[in-house]
Design a protein around this ligand. Structure first.
Ligand SMILES: [Zn+2]
Length: 280
């Protein structure tokens, strides 16, 4: 599932090929996405507009268009954006934008959990709910240990689920939350109200470090994620716990465990990630 680093890689790769191009056509290839394009009245403001900026909000992609309209593209579990210079296109394309010069921007999504929405930038009250509730970006200065401690101080929620909550911090999902907590030496089951200041500081530091390293590596390719040019990200080989259950920890040789938390898989090392004492 694409998380912040994979979205940033898409932004970095699409910016040089999209900015300055005009959108001449919007084409839905799937019922669900056709309904979303209708609902947000996307066809009229998008056709004829120029792509001015490609940016990221959490793990979603935003295209700022001329005329004050923006497209919010959520990748869901298996979504990806592909720039196609011309001609036909691969399977599982749910909608595409026809661009000046004959190229296309394709949204490809096998499982169809992706979403598209549109909004006028001058009307903050009409922004999609996802943007209204999104927490700070972990690579921005709004993300720091004081903020996290404040948000987590009265909660019994586990730190793993807390980090994956998009209203707390934007862009972290299942893979990077497991990796961040391993690097920070924090047990993923630790209730947030029982974490001490040094632990919050390690979490912030490791979040920044791991996300930046993953962006530099082109993201993590697991199953469906592909970069815009169909290349694979190479961060998969740097994963320390994710997907490594029953293998030995690279640091302490303990056996990596896999547990269920909030209906998702969590991977951790019982040797490196110790539970701090807490009361229920
Ligand atoms: Zn270990």
């Amino acid at each position: 599932m694409p998380e912040l680093p994979e979205a940033q890689v898409i932004v970095n790769e699409l910016t040089p090929v999209l900015v300055g191009r005009r959108i001449i056509r919007v084409q839905a290839c799937d019922e669900k996405f056709a309904r979303q394009l209708e609902k947000f009245k996307i066809f009229r403001p998008v056709r004829g507009s120029e792509i001015q900026k490609v940016k990221r909000r959490g793990k979603a992609i935003v295209l700022d268009l001329s005329g004050g309209f923006s497209l919010l593209i959520q990748l869901g579990m298996t979504g990806g954006l592909l720039f196609f210079p011309g001609g036909g296109y691969p399977s599982h394309v749910r909608y595409w934008l026809g661009l000046s010069g004959g190229s296309k921007l394709l949204f490809r999504d096998t499982r169809k959990f992706g979403k598209i929405a549109g909004y006028r930038r001058g009307e903050p009250e009409n922004r999609p709910a996802f943007l209204k509730t999104l927490g700070p970006d972990p690579l921005s200065s709004d993300f720091h240990s004081r903020y996290l401690r404040e948000r987590g101080k009265n909660r019994i929620l586990s730190i793993k689920e807390f980090l994956m909550n998009q209203t707390v911090v934007a862009g972290i999902g299942n893979i990077y939350s497991s990796e961040i907590l391993f690097a920070a030496g924090v047990d993923p089951r630790q209730p947030t109200r029982s974490l001490d200041s040094p632990a919050w500081e390690r979490i912030v530091r490791q979040t920044r470090m791991i996300l930046r390293r993953a962006i530099d590596a082109g993201g993590t390719t697991i199953r469906d994620y592909r970069r815009t040019d169909d290349q694979q990200g190479t961060f998969s080989s740097a994963l320390m716990v994710y997907g490594r259950e029953q293998q030995s920890c690279v640091r302490c040789r303990s056996v990596i465990r896999k547990i269920r938390q909030g209906n998702r898989s969590t991977f951790f090392c019982p040797g490196c990630q110790r539970l701090l004492p807490f009361r229920d």
